[in-house]
Design a protein around this ligand. Structure first.
Ligand code: PMP
Length: 330
């Protein structure tokens, strides 16, 4: 008999899939690491088990405990999967720009969802960081993983995502491309691939226009799960060799193309990462192997970037014609 002991054991070992159509004009091989094959539908499933194990070991979380976390959705799903197996309650604070579909998913897994406004400073008492801090103080036995500072995030990618890419490319990967949210994915995966290749693999970060990582003025943007307005401890910028800045319009147009042309129904941060990957790959020789990580499934965005009315209302083209913001790239 061949079966998993629990759904949590199915995390990781996601496949690499070659991109064949959006790559027109690129000589290098571009491979997508499709993280929606994780049981909770995103790369964030990878960090949840390690974070909860460490909290239990350190006595921060015990029987009857509650996990409180500000999350745009995916970390919540990962944590909820593990928490329900171990009998913990989950309360997630979600920014109001996160699609209702994604909030409904968290509730479906048994979590409680508190919605907080996006358009306020992090220090504002209404911000999703402040609200989660208040809940931690108020709920007895509450534990906040704080994915932005928790080193078990990058460590999980160092232990799983990096080795999987190295193994599945037989050590031929030359570039690794990922969007930066907490920075855990690029930091952990990048660090592993640098070590495995004696510094040869080039690490390419991708950032939304308006986020802090790529410089330029910090302001709001629509793509979810990536970019920040502060520097989190989970991100180690010294791992990154180059950073590309991509607009919402480009991210959404590419995300729609990935569904129509590659059969990959993924979220907006995946489209963003692919735009960055193609920019990095444009001038590379044919023997280069570029791996780009696609963090989550597109099903959570059907009423947003896959909806033509939503796209038009927010000023985006639905025919895929957008201005290239590569001029912004550093
Ligand atoms: N894309 C999506 C949709 C995400 O939820 C996240 C996690 N916040 C990321 C990308 C970025 O991953 P990381 O936090 O590891 O940088």
């Amino acid at each position: 008999m061949r079966y998993a002991q629990s759904v949590a054991d199915l995390v990781g070992n996601t496949p690499l899939v070659r991109l064949n159509h959006v790559t027109a004009g690129v000589g290098a091989t571009v491979l997508a690491k499709v993280e929606y094959f994780n049981p909770g539908g995103s790369s964030k499933d990878r960090i949840a088990g390690n974070i909860i194990d460490a909290a239990e070991r350190e006595g921060l979380l015990g029987p009857g405990g509650t996990i409180v976390e500000p999350t745009s959705g995916n970390t919540g799903v990962g944590l909820a999967l593990v928490a329900q197996q171990r009998g913990y309650r989950c309360v997630f604070v979600v920014p109001d720009k996160v699609a209702e579909d994604k909030r409904a998913v968290l509730r479906a897994y048994g979590a409680e969802v508190v919605v907080a406004p996006t358009a306020v400073e992090p220090e504002d008492p209404r911000s999703y960081y402040s609200v989660s801090d208040r809940l931690v103080r108020e709920i007895p036995g509450a534990y906040k993983p704080n994915q932005y500072a928790n080193q078990n995030g990058p460590r999980s990618h160092y232990e799983t995502t990096g080795p999987e890419i190295w193994r599945d490319t037989d050590g031929t990967v030359t570039h690794f491309v990922a969007g930066v949210g907490t920075g855990g994915t690029i930091t952990g995966t990048g660090r592993f691939l640098k070590e495995a290749s004696s510094g040869e693999v080039r690490i390419v970060a991708v950032d939304p226009v308006g986020s802090i990582y790529s410089g330029g003025p910090v302001h709001g943007y629509d793509v979810e799960g990536v970019g920040e307005d502060f520097w989190p401890e989970a991100y180690d910028p010294s791992v990154v060799d180059e950073i590309h800045r991509v607009s919402d319009a480009e991210s959404f147009a590419m995300t729609r193309r990935l569904a129509r042309e590659e059969g990959l129904l993924v979220g907006g941060s995946s489209g963003m990462a692919v735009v960055g990957a193609l920019r990095a790959a444009r001038d590379l020789p044919d023997d280069a192997v570029v791996v780009v990580l696609l963090p989550d499934h597109g099903r959570g965005y059907l009423s947003k970037l896959f909806d033509d009315d939503w796209m038009r209302e927010h000023g985006y083209s639905v025919d895929g014609i957008v201005q290239d913001s590569a001029a912004d790239t550093e």
